[in-house]
Design a protein around this ligand. Sequence first.
Ligand SMILES: Nc1nc2c(c(=O)[nH]1)N[C@H]1C(S)=C(S)[C@@H](COP(=O)(O)OP(=O)(O)OC[C@H]3O[C@@H](n4cnc5c(=O)[nH]c(N)nc54)[C@H](O)[C@@H]3O)O[C@H]1N2
Ligand SMILES: Nc1nc2c(c(=O)[nH]1)N[C@H]1C(S)=C(S)[C@@H](COP(=O)(O)OP(=O)(O)OC[C@H]3O[C@@H](n4cnc5c(=O)[nH]c(N)nc54)[C@H](O)[C@@H]3O)O[C@H]1N2
Ligand SMILES: [Mo]
Length: 768
Amino acid sequence: MGLTSAHWGVYEFAVKNGKITEMKPFSEDPDPSPIGPSIVDLLDDPMRITAPAVRESWLNDGPGSAPEKRGSDPFIRVGWDEAEKLVASELDRVRRTHGNQAIYAGSYGWASAGRFHHAQSQVHRFLNCLGGYTKSKNTYSYAAAEVIIPHVLGGNLMEILTRQTSWQSVCGNTGLMVAFGGLPAFNAQISNGGTGAHIQRTGVREAAAKGTRFVNLSPRRSDVKHDIDEDWIQLRPNTDVAVMLAMCHTLLAEGLHDQAFLDRYTTGFDRFSAYLRGASDGTPKTAHWAASISGMAAEDILTLTRQMAAERTMLTVSWSLTRQQFGEQPFWAVVALAAMIGDMGKPGGGVGFGYTITNYLGNNVFKMPYAPLPQGQNAVSDFIPVARVSDMLLGPGQPFDYDGQQYLYPDIDLVYWAGGNPFHHHQDLARMRLAWQKPSTVIVNEWCWNAVARHADIVLPCTTTLERTDIGMTPRDPYVISMDKAVEPAGEARDDYEIFAAIARRLGVEEAFTEGRNADEWQRWIWDQSRAAAAEIDVEMPDYEAFRQAGHYKSPALDDDRIFLSEFFADPVGAPLATPSGRIELFSQTVADFGYDDCPGHPSWMEPIEWMGAAEKRYPLHMLSNQPRTKLHSQMDNGAHSRSIKIDGHEPIEINPEDAAARGLKDGDIVRVFNDRGSCLCGAVITDHVMPGVVVVSTGSWYDPIDRAARDSMCKHGNPNLLSPDIGTSKLGQGPAAHSCLAEIELYDGPAVTITAFDPPEIKSRPA
Ligand SMILES: Nc1nc2c(c(=O)[nH]1)N[C@H]1C(S)=C(S)[C@@H](COP(=O)(O)OP(=O)(O)OC[C@H]3O[C@@H](n4cnc5c(=O)[nH]c(N)nc54)[C@H](O)[C@@H]3O)O[C@H]1N2
Ligand SMILES: Nc1nc2c(c(=O)[nH]1)N[C@H]1C(S)=C(S)[C@@H](COP(=O)(O)OP(=O)(O)OC[C@H]3O[C@@H](n4cnc5c(=O)[nH]c(N)nc54)[C@H](O)[C@@H]3O)O[C@H]1N2
Ligand SMILES: [Mo]
């Protein structure tokens, strides 16, 4: 059997006559994900891109022609030679006439697992060899937290997450785990870079067996409800901060806060507590105040808070809380609440940033110094906060705020994407389609005809992980996987590396890009560099041949159960945090001095524009767009596993029975979900797992407009990003705010529709 690694786990496969005949989970995985095997049917599915293709108007009439036809124009199949020439000459034209900053290649997205063939690493390295590109900062996952947490705890959030208190420390120590956003077990299928063994469900079950009580504060029930007996307390979306502040207020008012902890480890409690008491704004943040905002009963807030003070408590926040307007506040407020409880630094106590929402959180992994593919230097300093992509394209030269400074949006003439799908991840897709008309040229490396490929001018077909050899390696997981090539590339598909090497050759930078190594030699180089770095910290890794022979390598286990920031809590003076005060900042003078009205100097409740309590609501329901349980984002939406839960081909929408009854809807009905920004069709799932007033549509259904030529056409398939707002979380983080979204639903009684998301675009051959 061969081995392969994906963000959803490791799989073994068998091959016969050039086809994969079997794909089964890795023998060491106790809780494998069913997502994996879907890939097998898709390798030579009609949606596979098998040859380079160029949009008809662009090819016939040149760069910038008929940009409004992106997404509806047919494609012309071209040979690699011509495709390479077109891409090389376009990159050259743009950098010479406008400068390298006119190339936008943030290229955000998850691409595939595998350390060498990681598409973003490849595209960034390639463009750095050419003089650089405008980049993006932060992620769609938790951009707001990435910017606020360094002001509160210091350091870098992505790095901090790998140091979260482990499940081993939770089991047997945590009396109460309070999960804002719940414990969505389906999300634990995923870990970026791959995962050898899924541990989250086991973690939850073992903790429950050893006495941890789980409380889910969320508009939606946790997916773990069948495994453990959680208490589910409903609250309105986007109101967690009000509840957290009321909990802080209750601790303060009842003298239950840990003053010694606050004195030793934090700064700014005086300012924060004045706000809690209402001294600074006239509103005490009482349980009754929060109840009127969140819909959670005041009595429940009081009771739960008293339990938190009495028991060893772990608070956890889902990343979804950051993907809403003022998404900086929940992560800051939860740190303040944990500090007042005073369990931080103790086994099983304090705060975790999202148990179960990816597999690596709370995994007791020894962090290995694995080498990345070197990226070189980007000579361009321009950047955007990742979710401001439409703003940038629509507003060249306009100023924007970000983390205390003002910058200008560059004027973009060429967009290059490899390994991400903005028609999956971005909000307000009708607005994005308008913005997408700005550049003269859009180039995309993809393996399937999804929406980002369909909206490109030049499409270069790339391989999937099963068509190349790689190393599955990430410091977040103990398993390093020797990834075998299973089958030959489909059609004329090439590895991203090969694609870039060939274009680099035409632009005279091949040597800089490849350094004379082929893909195999680079993988050996990555291994050897990693092995040398490991030896320096006295960890012995096998040599390259022995690793390839063995199929996988497992890094050593940690000696102790990890406790978040334990060094700091052991010695706050000797091992201070990387904040201005060296302590946890409950008030940040730095943030206060930025003077932002949407991100003050301490955790604060601010009313979002779109939420259930808004005084003037144009639409009555709050639409959440959570992560899909049958896939990763939009990847393999055309596969059997993802299709298995669709309703007449439409994405399901969860609706509470009360809301369904009020609209005369029954299970399985096709409904139109709409607001001012757009609409989509979904299949109704009527369930009391979602609270009244809230509907839930998972992301990931491929954008499938009824009329491909119309920019704001309804998506008949069920993509929620036609409805979500394209606003920044605040001037501080400028993160995406998809979860602040009101909508309405009604029975769809329009003409019958056929889903065409999984039909390839028209591809013409050149007349001979
Ligand atoms: N409404 C709403 N929107 C959201 C969210 C939400 O909660 N609500 N969540 C957001 C979050 S957290 C995230 S992380 C983003 C995710 O957004 P993305 O990461 O952009 O989504 P993916 O579908 O994973 O896109 C990866 C793309 O890479 C391609 N690909 C895979 N392997 C390779 C390869 O080897 N080479 C190349 N060239 N391409 C490859 C895949 O086919 C796919 O098109 O979405 C965000 N969008
Ligand atoms: N199967 C699968 N797993 C995934 C992914 C995937 O695509 N598929 N994507 C991965 C990625 S990239 C990321 S970033 C993580 C994201 O992980 P999360 O951000 O945690 O994931 P979501 O599924 O968007 O949200 C989880 C739950 O948060 C709750 N929620 C939403 N809004 C609010 C709110 O305002 N308050 C409260 N209290 N609860 C709220 C809802 O109940 C929702 O089901 O998931 C990862 N895991
Ligand atoms: Mo994410």
